[in-house]
Design a protein around this ligand. Sequence first.
Ligand code: ATP
Ligand code: MG
Length: 315
Amino acid sequence: MDNKIGIDIGYGFTKTYNADGGRIFPTAVTKVVPLVTFSDLKPAFVNNEKFLVGENALREGKGLIDTRTTTFLRSNAWLAVLGYAFSQNSYDLEPDNDVVIVLGIPPGEYSRTASEEISRSIKESVILYDNRRYVFAGSTIHVIPQGAGIFFSYMKDNQDDFRNNVAVIDIGHYTVDMLFFSGGKYIEGATRSSQIGISLILDNICRAFYRKYRLTIRHKDAYKLVTQGKIIILGEPYCIDDMSDIVSPYASQISSLIHGFFENLPNRPEIGIIGGGGVTSLRGFVKLKYKLQIVNDPVMANAIGYWHYARGIER
Ligand SMILES: Nc1ncnc2c1ncn2[C@@H]1O[C@H](COP(=O)(O)OP(=O)(O)OP(=O)(O)O)[C@@H](O)[C@H]1O
Ligand SMILES: [Mg+2]
């Protein structure tokens, strides 16, 4: 199998992409691991600390670690998510293998130094999951800003646009990141982030659903409601009548954020690209003055772009 992988650890969801295709799981981690259990909960061990990751952590629901803090990045909990991502993709990570990993971090936390430090701390770590041992000492690791994956994923199919001034919008679960590329280079100083991710809409849908039916639903169901119009509970369809009243105020906030970003850029963007999991909920609700191209597979776009980037790297 291809020894290259793109990994996008978002605040809400972790996406991986390699020759086998894409995978997604919640970026959820807890240190509360039940001692005795009848289920097949498999903890991850990172540098001798024990964690539960992904759906299992969400299901247990206790002691979930806040992924939205600056200390999460590089922590053992963060490494546990990374190890779990590998376990989902059946890799053999022996010390002498030559896996190429391209990893995204929030653009606000990105700098060349931060990127080198993160690679180093990964290489010094040992992660154990499900009787497998993940060691990264022999791997090539590149850490780049989230959003850059969307750029590379678009450029794969539009190579002539590479040298243009390109604005990239990444609508995530908790944040909206906006990046600028000029002459094929990432312009670090132009990056803007705002904490108005799609989880705000999903929260409002959960509330509206409760007001209407007195039933509590989770984000997963709220996402289904906004993208498919209804959910089925015990064979009965349930829906929200005024979905556009819920989404529109948020959508206009997003539009004015994007307009502000475009207007304050050092150069006018010639191309605007949009991606991130939030795009799927906003389709049909956002009106923009500028024409933005929605990247193929917006949810996976960052991870896909990292994978293309990994394939272009010579060791
Ligand atoms: N298969 C899926 N599983 C989970 N969420 C999905 C899926 N498909 C689309 N979504 C949507 O994507 C959103 C998550 O977007 P994304 O993965 O870009 O966020 P993130 O990268 O974790 O967040 P951030 O960029 O703020 O760190 C979810 O809130 C949901 O609305
Ligand atoms: Mg993201």
